[in-house]
Design a protein around this ligand. Structure first.
Ligand code: MSP
Length: 655
């Protein structure tokens, strides 16, 4: 009998931009799971890749003045570099532009056409290009994409459709028979309530208004809808539809997938459309779709326009990948949303890594050096404190296993840390320095050995999460591969007699203030703060102002000034200086908060034409979102708004 298999996937990423910590989160989580299963003896296949077709990519490439492929290649290289830096142990990286994928997708399309699961008709409805998703009128939220809140476009074009409705009963039956198929379970309820019960529409599966995609063989003016193309990567990557026998065997070996790890925004595609496509192909369905939550930044969802996108590379460069991976998986229960704050990151690293784990190792190595010549002693008969440490250790290991089987990474780490903390307490209680002083050598040896055992167990169990520290610890303590294997996790099963190397602390303590400042700089939080302060700032005294340094026209050109009209104005509760406005910019209405309450009543401003800085990063002022700035001239205690005649239309550019 061969090893049991475990096939795990991440979503394939859109390479239209640099990835941020939200994307790294999906991948690090899947990597932790893949590593855990390998440690438990599974034959793991871990897949990731990139989703390279579709309207969004075609537009971004055109904006960059490039053909899609040369536009994509350096981004893919960057993404692979990021995964390398995070030590992502994927077994394969699929690009949807590769032949092994495109050929098979084109064939699948023809098969489904021949089967009449796909038919030709006309699509008329809404399309969200950033999400590449179709929406019905009734599904829109305030006329915008219900998923991401962005503008949607009305589309009318000849399209092929997939008969989703034909399979919906079987899908619901599958949900019922496999209660663990969608996790967390709340997401299954959402799928049923929002998409299945209202009546599942047939899915539009081709487009004709652009051509960057896989062309339909029998009707080449159509390209295959990017989601049908993308989802299929999970089978093409492992050899489905290949002529090569080894590839076919690989498919037989690994399919169906054990788990697709995805973010909550794309659970719909993975738990409704994907299983139905597989049913139409007469293939078994994946065992699980895990929809994790979002990692948010100050200011909410990370986005370029908000300027709050957090770059994983910067964090890894400063803190190391172990610390970064640990933080992502420890901070937020997997499945829920969480927020990234510099304070939380620094605290976690200081408390859990420097104080707890780092300190345990450092103290142990130092005491071994001082009291036993750097050698791990052989233990003698155990006492009560030892038994307690052992039972905490064994309970921690089995709790970690339970939590990992449910993909509860933060729970697994919390459980593991009960051992780390108990071991530190054990040292305080047993006081090896006192035993040494009093010449109680037998007892000292047992205590030192147990300290080392606690580290061995923690080091083995932490391997799915951290990839560098366990390697260092293993070498430092002179453990063999076997000493450091999961099957040797019984407390007391570790060797003695080997020499331990002295080394610098694994996780240095961070200077809280300095790090928070650096992180705020890195994550844009400082910029947001600065803008907040500026709004409430005193008008400047012009006569003393030395002026700002000169700028070139290019710099000035980056500022977008537009005519806007104040539609509504109101005081911001609890803030004397602030007024909040809805300002019509022609193409959209913006909420802007301004520190001018001292100079105007809200009523006198309604209807005024003003000049707005339209491309300022949004900020929250006293909890109210502000997206732009209204220009005003001030001197001493007087202030007037910069205005334009009423004849100038809203949205007009000011230069
Ligand atoms: N290309 C599609 C997936 C196709 S899979 C057949 C796609 N790509 S994506 O690049 O936009 O997103 C990839 C993954 O990153 C998704 O699982 C998404 O949920 C996740 N995340 C993007 N932003 C995120 C956060 N801020 N937080 C956590 N995960 C987030 O969707």
């Amino acid at each position: 009998m061969g090893k049991p298999t475990f096939y795990i996937t991440t979503p394939i990423y859109y390479p239209n931009d640099r990835l941020h910590i939200g994307h790294a989160y999906t991948t690090v989580a899947a990597d932790a799971m893949a590593r855990y299963k390998r440690l438990r003896g599974y034959d793991v296949f871990f897949l990731t890749g990139t989703d390279e077709h579709g309207q969004k990519i075609q537009t971004r490439a055109a904006q960059a003045g490039l053909e899609p492929k040369p536009f994509l290649d350096p981004i893919i290289e960057w993404i692979q570099g990021l995964w390398q830096k995070l030590n992502i142990s994927y077994d394969d990286f699929i690009r949807t532009t590769e032949d092994r994928h495109t050929k098979v997708v084109a064939e699948i399309f023809e098969r489904l056409l021949a089967k009449d699961d796909i038919y030709l008709s006309e699509y008329e409805g809404w399309y969200c290009t950033p999400d590449e998703s179709f929406w019905l009128e009734r599904e829109l939220k305030d006329g915008k994409c219900p998923e991401c809140g962005r503008e949607v476009q009305f589309v009318r074009e000849e399209s092929y459709f997939f008969r989703m409705s034909k399979y919906v009963d079987r899908l619901v039956q599958y949900y019922e028979e496999n209660p663990g198929f969608i996790e967390p379970v709340g997401r299954k309820t959402e799928m049923l309530k929002n998409f299945i019960q209202p009546g599942l529409q047939d899915l539009c599966v081709s487009r004709t208004s652009f051509d960057w995609g896989i062309h339909v063989k029998s009707d080449p003016k159509h390209v295959v809808y990017v989601w049908l193309d993308a989802l299929t990567n999970y089978i093409t990557a492992i050899g489905y539809g290949s002529d090569d026998v080894a590839q076919q065997e690989k498919f037989q070996k690994y399919w169906p997938a054990d788990v697709h790890v995805v973010g909550k925004d794309i659970v719909r595609f993975h738990s409704i459309y994907w299983p139905i496509i597989l049913m139409a192909l007469d293939l078994p369905l994946p065992k699980k779709v895990f929809g994790h939550g979002f990692f948010l930044a100050k200011g909410g969802k990370m986005s370029k326009s908000k300027g709050n996108v957090i770059d994983p590379l910067q964090l890894v460069d400063r803190y190391g990948r172990d610390a970064f991976r640990y933080f992502l998986l420890r901070e937020v229960p997997f499945g829920q949303d969480g927020i990234f704050t510099p304070e939380a990151m620094v605290e976690r690293l200081n408390y859990d890594l420097a104080n707890d784990f780092g300190n345990l190792i450092h103290r142990t190595v130092a005491m071994l050096g001082k009291f036993n010549d750097g050698v791990v002693p052989h233990p003698n008969e155990s006492a009560g404190a030892d038994d307690e440490l052992r039972s905490v250790a064994e309970a921690a290991v089995s709790s970690v296993e339970n939590a990992m089987d449910q993909m509860q990474f933060s729970v697994a780490l919390t459980e593991l840390w009960t051992l780390v903390r108990r071991a530190n307490k054990y040292i305080d209680e047993c006081q090896p320095w006192k035993l040494h002083k009093e010449g109680q050598t037998e007892r000292l040896h047992t205590v030192l050995y147990n300290m080392v055992e606690a580290i061995r167990l923690a080091g083995v169990v932490v391997q799915p999460f951290m990839t560098d520290a366990p390697v260092t610890i293993k070498a430092q303590f002179g453990w063999s591969d076997d000493d450091f294997a999961w099957h040797r996790l019984a407390f007391g099963d570790g060797p003695s007699g080997q020499r331990v190397a002295q080394a610098a602390p694994l996780f240095p303590r961070l200077d809280v203030e300095k790090e928070i400042e650096a992180l705020e700089e890195m994550t844009g939080a400082k910029e947001l703060q600065k803008q907040n302060n500026e709004v409430g700032a005193k008008p400047q005294d012009e006569t003393k102002d030395p002026g700002k340094p000169q700028i070139g026209i290019d710099t000035f050109d980056q500022v977008e000034l537009r005519v806007g009209q104040i539609k509504t104005a109101a005081k911001v509760e609890g803030a004397d200086k602030l007024l909040q406005f809805q300002v019509d910019l022609g193409f959209e209405t913006r909420q802007i908060v301004s520190g001018i309450a001292k100079y105007f009543t809200p009523e006198e401003l309604v209807g005024k034409k003003v000049i707005v800085v339209a491309n300022l990063k949004p900020v929250k002022l006293r909890g109210v979102q502000s997206q732009g700035m209204i220009l005003a001239a001030s001197q001493g205690d007087t202030l007037t708004l910069a205005t334009v005649p009423d004849s100038m239309p809203n949205g007009a550019i000011v230069k």
